[in-house]
Design a protein around this ligand. Sequence first.
Ligand SMILES: *Cc1c(COP(=O)(O)O)cnc(C)c1O
Length: 453
Amino acid sequence: MADNRSTRLSRIRTLESTARLLEPTGDERNTWNNAACSFAVDSFHSEDYSDEGSDIEPLLEYLDLHLHHPGINAASGGHLGYVPGGGIYGASLGDYLAAVFNRYAGIYFASPGAVKMENSLIRWTGNLIGYTGNFAGNLTSGGSIANLIAIATARSAKQIRGMDYPRQAIYFSEHVHHCVTKDLRILGMDECVLREIPVDHNFHMDPAALERQVSSDIDQGLNPFLVIATAGTTDSGVVDPLEKIADISEKYDLWYHVDGAYGGYFILTQHGRTVLKGIERSDSFVVDPHKSLFLPFGSGMVVVRESRFLKNAHNATANYMQDAEAFDEELSPADASPELTKHFRGLRMWLPLRLHGIKPFRACLNEKLELARYFYDEVKSQGFHTGPEPELTIVLFRKGNDASSNDENRKIARELIRDGQIFISTTSINGIYWLRVAILSFRTHVHHIDIFL
Ligand SMILES: *Cc1c(COP(=O)(O)O)cnc(C)c1O
């Protein structure tokens, strides 16, 4: 045990030194800032905005006071609540350049370079997951919209019409992210038959229960058409049994969607490839670069195995768009999402991936996996009751093992929030109140975990 602990800590320290490359030094930031600013400024004539304008200093002071200080600091390494993101610095320069140049990234005709860049990021991600052939996707604002696009695509591919909703059955586990049920409601598909499949004692969807439900629904004259697995649940970070759900999807001809908003980019690690095995058999999947790729908020991605289904569900045209239609070598984002005009999101992802290379991202993810194991072992040895062994980087723990200690745990959570050094969130599963640590900020290192312990 002690030996495991010291080899784990030495692995964590080695990973930390590579993961820390994602945090440029002040000098590096200045070099990048100057290079990006002069590139941006050189490209435009300056304009004079003096009428009723302000010096920038008071505006920055205002931001410091009213924006920076109140609320949860999601950029801090001490943020271990919900699903942390972080926001690596290089991404902000990508956003800056995207805003300065303001290329119209919705349509290939308007900015072939921007659309090609976004599609190349989607291809990179699809290949990582194990998709081959003619897949396509969209860079979205986050996982909620990415899941919305996937569900709308499934509906269109399976030719489900509104009048048929009451006979259509959709399956997901009790631990599905609430944005999925919200998306279904937005799409009007809460009128379908929604089946919450029970989970096993470690909170994975029970595939035997799924198959029993599908087959009894068929017997009742329903049409099972969509199953949604979660690759990294928000409550406990466990991955539904992706291979088994793939088998059932194939057997019953279901559209198989995997919500990997939290867990998806762990595919960059050896451990992630094992845990996520089977995701490559899905018809569509979602990942959130603003979670497991450490980008600032505002980056999700949906990928669909067959590009035609994505396009059929989302493309639209108008007489004033006729010039653009002749240029369709690449799928345009506007034909793959509800958006027409959109932020050029690709640049905030492309720039840091190219600046750092993939290595520190992989190290950072491995470091977080190791930190979760480390925290799990340590908190257990302090006498806390724990949830499932971490499959990714979320750990549930509490004092006592039944609902009679809920109040004591609530009190611990309140004290932690009051203390403010480390932020964690909580959850309730079947009436049991859990303290919950989610390790995913790129700035979280072993010293934060030690402070917390
Ligand atoms: C975070 C999350 C979502 C929602 O994504 P947003 O980017 O917050 O819109 C959906 N599913 C899972 C599993 C998540 O972790």
